[in-house]
Design a protein around this ligand. Structure first.
Ligand code: HEM
Length: 485
């Protein structure tokens, strides 16, 4: 199947072993581990050091936030490409109330409902909501490309003028405003800025996201402040109620057609609206806030030679399509597609996945089979799995822009897991794979297309942001040629 013998059983076919690792002393060790995770080691090292210590990619560890937000921080971590997919198999794991992990934000933040991301496919509402989202996305498919091009070409025009005036341009800041407008426009044909929200949508959305994700982030403040404020207790929902209500009002009006359809599927109108808000603001907007700076930073670092290859491909495909960016033109862009998948492989925007063992299970890593008991929490740190050298070889941790090009390259797509499923699989009402999968990949490609229709090359400073990458453009070279470039 692949040069590294990825699918071979190895010693994996033997008698199940105990999962190595230790949870330490209740409370004390969980808090110490939390400090390692946030401050002493950082995420990657936290997991890598434990894999190293126990000589196993399936290992027992504590995960943050731990006390007092999570009832139980103990998990069995699956940290290689072979064991990780157990988390996608809903016959083996239950996916109820664990979207954010070992803690769950208050349902007061979502209108009193457990929204789709927290539902197991066995719960009847899961299929109804997911169906609603598939229908919405299908009904708006012709709006995605024009909406993206109009919002992001004006973003890049702003980049140009900021570079002229100040010599740098903060992409994240522009993206936060632009992605919010783009999504409202693309999904509902109603600009949030033209509603009562005015320009406040992105800030309200960001605040509401923080109320749900604060246990998992650091703001760069001293730990003596962050530990009690962010990592020990939930922020009170009433402090974000007004912001949420304003967002809800936008959806209730802008998404009237989708809500009519949702009632036809047997959903209550308000439950459908809270779900639409969550899928749009948390899943989609939260996703794009992380995805687009991530893709851009990987492409930026790949350098001018790679930019020239992308520009050539993009301009040739667009010229062939009569100067238009069409789905067919995008399909022809092998290198562009590969570069976006490679960015998603290296920096999956959602890094943690969870699932509770439905029965006693055997989990296979490359080297062994492990026994897990019914009810145990399984956890995957995706960057470990998608940078597995047993699958991706010696360059596993590097950006190889053309990794997925061609027949051989495309065989590796089954080890790209960003959507909570293999890139070769499809989301359905019966699984937990992201229903936005195709849209997300499309948007990543459109960003690359827009960039290289406009520029021959660009440079940027890259750093870290709350949830991912921070990128500041430092220079752009305007496109000097057409497809023959
Ligand atoms: C689920 C990633 C964009 C809607 C998920 C999951 C992941 C994910 C990893 C599974 C979480 C879990 O169960 O452990 C992403 C990323 C995105 C993105 C990285 C963008 C960069 C979107 C978009 C939509 C969406 C555009 C719009 C419909 C959802 C929903 C679920 C989900 C509703 C729950 C699925 C279910 O319950 O079956 N997404 N997503 N996501 N995503 Fe996305």
């Amino acid at each position: 199947m692949n040069p590294n013998g990825m699918e071979s059983g190895g010693e994996g076919s033997g008698v199940p072993r105990e999962v190595p690792g230790s949870y330490g002393v209740p409370y004390v060790s969980a808090i110490r581990d939390r400090l390692d995770f946030y401050y002493n080691q950082g995420q990657d090292k936290y997991f890598e050091s434990r894999v190293h210590k126990y000589g196993s990619t399936v290992v027992r560890i504590n995960v943050p936030p731990g006390p007092f937000m999570a009832r139980d921080p103990r998990v069995v971590a699956v940290l290689d490409a072979k064991s990780f997919p157990v988390l996608f198999d809903v016959t083996k794991v239950e996916k109820k109330d664990l979207f954010t992990g070992t803690y769950m934000p208050s349902t007061a933040l979502t209108g009193g409902y457990r929204v789709c991301s927290y539902l197991d496919p066995a719960e009847p509402t899961h299929a109804k909501v997911k169906h609603m989202l598939f229908s919405l996305l299908a009904s708006r498919k012709d709006a995605f490309i024009p909406a993206f091009r109009s919002h992001f070409s004006s973003l890049l025009a702003t980049v140009d003028s900021q570079l002229l005036l100040a010599g740098k341009s903060d992409f994240n800041k522009l993206n936060d405003a632009t992605s919010f407008e783009f999504i409202g426009d693309a999904y509902f044909g109603v600009l949030p800025s033209a509603s009562d929200l005015g320009a406040t949508g992105p800030a309200k959305a960001a605040k509401w996201l923080i109320w749900q994700l604060h246990p998992l982030v650091t703001l760069g403040l001293p730990r003596i402040l962050e530990e009690p404020l962010l990592h020990t207790f939930h922020l009170p929902p009433f402090l974000v109620k007004g912001d949420y209500k304003a967002l809800y009002n936008y959806f209730f009006a802008a998404a009237a057609k989708a809500l009519d359809d949702a009632e036809g599927l047997g959903l209550k109108r308000d439950e459908a609206c809270h779900n639409l808000l969550f899928a749009t603001v948390f899943n989609s907007y939260g996703g794009l806030k992380v995805l687009l700076p991530g893709v851009l930073s990987r492409v930026a670092a790949a350098g001018e030679k790679f930019h020239r290859r992308l520009a050539k491909e993009v301009r040739a495909a667009v010229a062939d399509a009569g100067g238009k960016v069409t789905m067919a033109a995008l399909e022809k862009m092998e290198l562009t597609k590969s570069a976006v998948w490679e960015a998603l492989r290296l920096d999956p925007p959602v890094k943690f996945q969870y699932g509770r063992a439905k029965t006693d299970l055997s989990i296979e890593s490359h080297d062994a089979v492990f026994a897990v008991k019914k009810g145990e929490m399984l956890f995957g740190y995706q960057p470990c799995a998608t940078k597995d050298p047993r699958v991706f070889g010696a360059t596993a941790a590097e950006f190889v822009g053309d990794r997925f090009v061609g027949e051989e390259g495309s065989k590796l797509l089954r080890y790209v897991y960003w959507s909570n499923g293999r890139e070769t699989d499809s989301p359905s009402v019966a699984n937990k794979q992201c229903p936005g999968k195709n849209l997300v990949v499309l948007v990543g490609r459109l960003l690359v297309v827009e960039l290289f229709l406009r520029y021959d090359t660009f440079t940027a400073d890259v750093g870290t942001d709350l949830l991912g990458t921070k990128l500041e453009f430092t220079a752009v070279t305007k496109a000097t040629s057409g497809p023959e470039f």
